[in-house]
Structures are given as structure tokens and as C-alpha cells.
Ligand binder design. Structure first.
Ligand SMILES: C[S@@+](CC[C@H](N)C(=O)[O-])C[C@H]1O[C@@H](n2cnc3c(N)ncnc32)[C@H](O)[C@@H]1O
Length: 380
């Protein structure tokens, strides 16, 4: 695959390798990390992706002016510089057409671009989410202020042209931070949600909720998780860092009870809604910091047979690990998107009497160096 901007964009830093070599490189990198950290762990399978382009279902584009015309693109790594791109190889084609049209409309409607240096202007970025199985698109305009003069014309133009746009929102971030969705989002069109199908279930999500970027690899990841856990139908499962409930709900038909914990209250609202719309009755969700939940669970001797954790890149906390292990679950499944924080946390699990039974990798992010790990821990 050839991309003119891959060197400056930095998004696809393995694009120069053919896919088999990318997979080998990812495996080598994780193995080297394990060795450097004195972890004797064999990597079992590396689950490759069938779809290695056009897979990204969440895209954030920035805008800039070039020769007086508005251009859009991804941000260069660790910077706020926009790399003007058209038809990124990782974007679904129909989403790219929408991005192209938004860029033209921003230009022709003379929508002011936000200037980070002076703190003036309006439009900061646009976030697009795509539910690939239902062909539903969500667009979020992130603006520096609430007043958005041309929004009605912009929305009308987009929805009349693209039938797949199900909802459009505006999120206001007045502060000088790079956080994309800082505040509450206002609905400009539709109901503020899109719904995708995953593992045979319907999952509705909002603008600031987490959803894995590669639909098919996400299904594969959850399938691997289910296989690793070998649930017998009687277990109580705790799904921490649960987002909109995807992992827990996909396990619900194989266990007695699922409890999901997540810090983002919006996500918990969607998780409850998702349980309801899929008629899943053995799942409950709690909006709470996972570490605090674990402390409380330990204090009240709440037992779980299985604990699943899928934290953000930073990994989990020593307090979470200490309390989770003190509850003595039979199995702990650690799903991680950053092998470095995973390795750090595994040392702590080992110190608390757990051992790694298996470690597998799932290629959630083809053409990049990122990889998802799944580690099954059992009591020593
Ligand atoms: C990598 S995502 C995983 C979400 C979900 N398991 C999935 O597969 O879609 C991590 C999730 O952890 C949540 N989170 C971040 N910090 C948290 C915390 N301290 N306690 C609970 N949840 C947290 C984020 O909001 C996000 O939804």
C-alpha cells in the first residue's frame, strides 16, 4: 500500500511492510519487551486481520488553511499540525466522502477555524464515528464556543446528501487543550446516538463513549476472550473498564451474572440501555472508578469467579490489582492496548499469587505498531 503522507502523518508507521512482516514485527516487539522485563511468557496466537485497510470506525480530523483554501487531515504525531490528506487508506470510503464534503462546506460557508495561538475562531476538529454493520454515521463538530452561526445550513447540506448520517452533534471545548471531546455534546440532528451490531448484539453508543476502532477484530478479540474464559454458566463475572458493556454483554449468555464497572456515566447509561435492547437480564452496571469499586468489593467480601479488565493505555493501578487478587477470583482476563503498561501490571499480579496461563495478540490496528494483548491469569 502506498500513501503519500505516511511519513509525516505517522498514523501508519508499519505501512512499508507487507502484512505478514507487520505481524512478525509486532510479535517480535512484544517478545523483546517481555524479555527486557524478565517475564517468561510465550505468545500463543497472533490473530491477524482480514481487513487491513478502510477499517477505522472513529476518525478525528483537523482543519487548516493552505493557499487560502480549507484543507483537512489527521494530526501529525505529538503535534497539532494538520497533515492535509484525502482518501486516507484506513478510512472507510463513504466516511472519506463525508469528510471531503465537510471540508468543502467549511470553506464555502467561511466557517472560522480555531487558532490555537490566539485562542480565536470556532471550529477545532470533527469527529466521525461509523457503525459499519448498520451503515450509520455520527458527526461531532468540536467548536471553541457555543455560537455556531452556519450550523443549520451545514447540517441540512450534509444530511440531504448522505443518507447514512444518523446524527450530528456539537461539542464545545473553550479551553486550550487538545482533548477532543471535553464537554457535553449538543444534538444538532437525530438523537445523538448510533447503533452497531457486534457479536450478534446491538450496541448503541454516544459521542464520548469508547468503542474499539476495528469492528471485525473487536469481534475476534471478544471471541478469544470467551474461549479463554471457558465459562460454564454458573460464574459471576466482573467486567471492569466496561465502556458501553460490550465485553460483559457478549459473555452474559455463558455465565450467571455480569457486573460492569465504568467511570464514564454516559457509557454506563448506554451499557444499561444495551442490556435492555438485547433483552439481557443477568447484567448490571455501575458508574464508578474501577479501583474504588475494587476497594469496596474487597471491604464487603464480594466474590467474583472471573474478573475481566480492559483499561485505557495507562493500564490499571496497584490498588486495583491488590484488591482484585484479594478477592481470589478463579480467573482474571487482562485485555490491554499497551504492552508496556501490561508488563508493569503483570509483575504486580504475579506478586499477588497469580500466574499467566496464556498470552495472545490480536491485531486491532493493522499498519500501525499498536497491538492488543489478551492475558489469562489463574491462581498459582
Ligand atoms: C480501553 S476502553 C475499554 C472499553 C470496553 N471494555 C470495550 O471493549 O469497549 C477503557 C474504558 O475504561 C474507562 N475508564 C477509564 N478510566 C477508568 C477508571 N478509572 N475506572 C473505570 N473506568 C475507566 C474508559 O472510559 C473506557 O471506556
Amino acid at each position: 500500500m502506498k500513501c503519500k503522507v505516511s511519513k509525516i502523518c505517522g498514523g501508519c508507521n508499519l505501512l512499508h511492510l507487507d502484512y505478514e512482516k507487520q505481524i512478525q514485527e509486532k510479535k517480535n516487539n512484544v517478545e523483546a519487551l517481555l524479555t527486557r522485563n524478565r517475564l517468561k511468557l510465550q505468545i500463543g496466537n497472533v490473530y491477524k486481520a482480514n481487513r487491513i485497510k478502510g477499517y477505522r470506525n472513529k476518525i478525528i480530523v483537523g482543519f487548516a488553511k493552505y493557499k487560502r483554501k480549507v484543507v483537512s487531515g489527521l494530526y501529525a504525531p505529538h503535534s497539532h499540525a494538520v497533515v492535509a490528506t484525502k482518501n486516507c487508506l484506513m478510512h472507510p470510503r463513504n466516511v472519506d466522502a463525508i469528510i471531503g464534503r465537510i471540508t468543502e462546506l467549511v470553506d464555502s460557508m467561511k466557517i472560522e477555524l480555531y487558532n490555537e495561538k490566539t485562542g480565536t475562531g470556532l471550529l477545532r476538529h470533527v469527529l466521525i464515528r461509523y457503525a459499519s454493520q448498520t451503515n450509520q454515521v455520527m458527526i461531532v463538530f468540536v467548536t471553541a464556543k457555543r455560537a455556531f452561526p452556519s450550523r443549520r445550513n451545514l447540517v441540512n447540506a450534509l444530511v440531504s446528501e448522505f443518507k447514512e448520517i444518523k446524527t450530528i452533534l456539537q461539542s464545545v471545548n473553550p479551553r486550550n487543550t487538545s482533548v477532543v471531546l471535553e464537554n457535553e455534546a449538543f444534538v444538532l440532528y437525530g438523537d445523538g446516538t448510533i447503533t452497531d451490531k457486534l457479536c450478534g448484539l446491538d450496541f448503541t453508543m454516544g459521542a464520548n463513549t469508547f468503542y474499539q476502532v476495528h469492528h471485525d477484530q473487536c469481534e475476534l478479540l471478544y471471541k478469544v476472550a470467551k474461549e479463554k474464559l471457558q465459562l460454564q454458566g454458573q460464574e459471576t463475572v466482573l467486567d471492569t473498564y466496561c465502556g458501553i458493556g460490550t465485553i460483559g454483554l457478549s459473555l452474559a449468555d455463558s455465565c450467571k451474572m455480569v457486573t460492569g464497572v465504568e467511570i464514564n456515566a454516559d457509557s454506563i447509561g448506554f451499557a444499561k440501555e444495551n442490556a435492555k435492547q438485547n433483552r439481557i437480564k443477568n447484567a448490571r452496571f455501575v458508574s464508578m472508578d474501577s479501583t474504588r469499586f475494587m476497594e469496596e468489593a474487597k471491604k464487603h467480601h464480594t466474590h467474583f469467579d472471573v474478573i475481566v479488565l480492559d483499561p485505557p493505555r495507562a493500564g490499571t493501578t496497584p490498588t486495583f490489582i491488590e484488591n482484585a487478587c484479594a478477592l481470589r477470583p478463579k480467573k482474571i482476563l487482562y485485555i490491554s492496548c499497551d504492552p508496556r503498561s501490561l508488563v508493569r501490571d503483570l509483575h504486580l499480579f504475579f506478586r499477588q499469587g497469580y500466574k499467566a496461563k496464556s498470552m495472545d495478540l490480536v491485531d486491532m490496528f493493522p499498519n500501525t505498531t499498536n497491538v492488543e494483548s489478551v492475558v489469562l491469569l489463574t491462581r498459582r
